[in-house]
Design a binder for this molecule. Structure first.
Ligand code: HEC
Ligand code: HEC
Length: 287
């Protein structure tokens, strides 16, 4: 091992190490780098003492400051719950009308109602309430079977329609004029023509009009405009549950289809039903 000397070529001191005539220059790390390095070591040790870190055989070092991510999570959940309890209580105390009159409550209710709708109602009524073929009505238009005020909508959702589970469910039954031989098939064809005329799809039929007045007007109204207390649809608009063709109308008169909707009183809280009723009412057709 040679003594330290100054390398002639570069003018830098050597470390004194030498291998086969190759000498090592002494070029230490810059001082600033070294100090930053020491600081990070001190920081790491202090950090691992302050916060949860080293594993023990069973468990781990919990840290001096008592911090845990779970604790932080629980704290945030408690905050959220507290802020929610505030408006949940307010929605619970307010009437549907008060919710509609208060812009802040209205906003909270419709935002919450939209989520509830997506989770529970969209499979039948379509995303956003646009309805589905085969008797699942659109809820975005202003055509209502059972009434479009927020109170009527609330009642429909709360108890449902023609289900066996809720004794307060909305109920009505269109007679099976064909299947129960109340009208002949010629009479059914005639009254179907009158229904087509009511919705602007063809010429009227005098016999059909008389039959309509005698057999149908009690539910669908003299002019066929419907009756919400019976869930009897308006037959003069172009909105159909079961189809607008002559055959579809004849089928309905012969052996009617009747829509069933579950009751929600047992599955959703009252506040949730208020929210989803407010949301449906806000979709555009609310009265
Ligand atoms: C299993 C399918 C189904 C589900 C789920 C369902 N509905 Fe319905 N809903 C129907 C049917 C069918 C009708 C039409 C019943 C009839 O013909 O009278 C209806 C009718 C309605 C009406 C009355 C419409 C009118 O014109 O008067 C409202 C309001 C309504 N549903 C809201 C909801 C809401 C809100 C939910 C979710 C909480 C929901 N529905 C879930 C099938 C469903
Ligand atoms: C006791 C009441 C009642 C009587 C009487 C009645 N209907 Fe109905 N009708 C209803 C109800 C309720 C519905 C809706 C069924 C549903 O919501 O699924 C309906 C639905 C219909 C529909 C389907 C509408 C659509 O949107 O697809 C037609 C068409 C119709 N009725 C025609 C008639 C004709 C024609 C008569 C007389 C020969 C008649 N109804 C008598 C209650 C009645």
């Amino acid at each position: 091992m040679a003594g330290k000397e100054v390398d002639a070529l570069t003018g830098i001191e050597t470390t004194g190490h030498e291998w086969d005539g190759i000498q090592e220059l002494n070029t230490p790390l810059p001082k600033w780098w070294l100090y930053v390095f020491y600081v990070t070591i001190v920081w790491a040790i202090a950090y691992s003492i302050a916060f949860p870190s080293w594993p023990w055989l069973s468990g781990y070092w919990g840290g001096l400051v008592g911090y845990t991510t779970r604790g932080q999570f629980n704290e945030r959940m408690a905050d959220l719950e507290a802020s929610r309890a505030g408006w949940y209580d307010r929605l619970g105390a307010a009437s549907l009308q008060q919710i509609n009159d208060d812009p802040e409550l209205l906003q909270i209710a419709t935002v919450g109602g939209k989520v509830i709708f997506g989770n529970n109602c969209a499979p039948c009524h379509g995303t956003g309430g646009t309805g589905r073929p085969g008797g699942f009505p659109a809820l975005v238009d202003d055509d209502w079977l059972w009434g479009g005020s927020v109170d009527e909508i609330y009642k429909t959702i709360q108890h449902g329609i023609r289900n066996d589970t809720d004794t307060d469910a909305r109920i009505s039954q269109m007679p099976a004029f064909g299947a129960d031989a109340m009208l002949t098939s010629a009479q059914i064809a005639a009254v179907a023509d009158h229904v087509l005329a009511l919705s602007g799809q063809g010429a009227d039929n005098a016999e059909g009009a008389t039959l309509f007045a005698e057999n149908c007007a009690s539910c669908h109204g003299e002019l066929g405009k419907g009756e919400p207390s019976l869930g009897a649809p308006n037959l003069t608009d172009q909105i159909w549950l079961y189809g607008s063709t002559r055959q579809a109308i004849i089928n309905q008169i012969t052996k009617p289809k009747m829509g069933v909707m579950p009751s929600w009183a047992h599955r959703l809280s009252d506040v949730e039903i208020k929210q989803v009723a407010t949301y449906v009412h806000s979709l555009g057709g609310g009265q």
